[in-house]
Design a protein around this ligand. Structure first.
Ligand SMILES: [Zn+2]
Ligand SMILES: [Zn+2]
Ligand SMILES: [Zn+2]
Length: 360
């Protein structure tokens, strides 16, 4: 049993009119009755100033005229009530008591409207959450309207659901609170789909960034050439050193070499050629300088789009928008490459024919 008498701070005292000041502590004028039937002496002024709920209880007219008022605080262990009252006097609660009575103190502070203690308990309980106690704390957090603690419990629970399912607390909840069980399962379901959405978004973003990088490499290969692929009027040997995006650039160079020499081609059903074709079309869709552009088929695709607007489908436009925005984001961190003002390479039917892959 925590001794209340020890908890009055030493320099805590009251003047005769009840206000705090130097002097003797007045006689306790209230008795707090706890579950065990124990009676704890206390001072009504202190209780009333710490808790508006206790203030109302104290101000209530008494049924029987008696010198000492009685306040009942039931339903929690007597020692927890003692720690609670101690807090009302001193605004302090040590870690040991928090560890032992945190759950009860949260309930007491909520019911009696002592926000300072409630905040302490919310933090204290959140730090002490375990797989074993999470279901109990969750139920309490919901009852006591402690959203931060509630959310922490939900997260711990959904991240460790297999282990929580094995606990006594979960079994009790299943038998006695099906609504909370449903709430938990819904939370987990939503958390799962949130995770999926984030993952999908990240995957999509990385695809657009790859495409935007491929667009950069395409322009760079067709304008200045890279390692051994470049415009026919440039000597590829001059550009021996790999560029900074060589992993993408190299893949694109292989694709260009293939495109220039493939016998099946797009209409013959060649998938690699089809991919190259789409990259060229994508380039044309995002190219803002078709007149100076050296990427093959850029202007031809632009003209085709103008001729046949109806076939420019929504999905394609969306893809173009996404790649453009990925490109914009990437270009914020990269200095824009200078375009060389060189005469255009005339493109023949296949476009890529004017590119001279060095196949050695
Ligand atoms: Zn390159
Ligand atoms: Zn092919
Ligand atoms: Zn272009």
């Amino acid at each position: 049993m925590v001794q209340l008498q020890n908890q009055f701070p030493e320099n805590y005292s009251f003047a005769a009119d009840g206000t705090m000041g130097a002097g003797e502590m007045p006689e306790p004028d209230v008795h707090i009755i706890t579950s065990g039937g124990q009676s704890m002496p206390a001072h009504s002024r202190i209780l009333a100033s710490a808790s508006p709920v206790l203030e109302r209880l104290i101000a209530r007219p008494q049924k029987r005229r008696s010198s000492v008022r009685k306040i009942h605080i039931l339903g929690v262990p007597c020692d927890a009530v003692s720690v609670f009252v101690q807090f009302l006097y001193s605004s302090k609660c040590d870690e040991e008591h928090m560890e032992k009575y945190g759950i009860h103190l949260l309930a007491l502070s909520h019911v009696h409207f002592v926000p300072q203690l409630k905040q302490r308990c919310t933090r204290g309980l959140a730090e002490r959450l375990t797989i074993e106690n999470v279901v109990d704390v969750l139920q309490l957090a919901r009852l006591c309207d402690a959203p931060d603690l509630y959310l922490k419990c939900m997260k711990l629970l959904s991240n460790n659901f297999k282990a929580v399912e094995e606990t006594e607390g979960w079994r009790f909840l299943q038998n006695h609170d099906p609504w909370l069980e449903l709430e938990i399962l819904q939370f987990m379901d939503e958390a799962e789909s949130r995770k999926k959405r984030t993952r999908r978004h990240r995957e999509e973003q990385s695809l657009y960034i790859q495409l935007s990088e491929a667009m950069d490499c395409l322009e760079h290969i067709c304008t200045e050439g890279c390692t051994n692929v470049g415009p026919y009027d440039m000597d590829p040997n001059k550009n021996k050193s790999p560029c900074s995006k060589f992993s993408t650039c190299h893949g694109l160079q292989l694709l260009i070499k293939h495109f220039a020499t493939c016998k099946k081609r797009v209409n013959g059903g060649c998938l690699r050629c089809k991919r190259m074709w789409q990259l060229l079309r994508l380039h044309s869709s995002i190219c803002d300088q078709p007149d100076e552009c050296r990427v093959p088929l850029c202007r031809q695709f632009k003209m085709k789009v103008q001729l046949d607007r109806k076939r420019d489908d929504a999905k394609w436009r969306l893809l173009v928008r996404k790649v453009v925005s990925a490109k914009a984001v990437a270009s914020l961190s990269l200095a824009k490459r200078k375009r060389e003002d060189e005469p255009r390479v005339s493109t023949n039917y296949h476009g890529m024919r004017s590119y001279k892959p060095n196949l050695n």
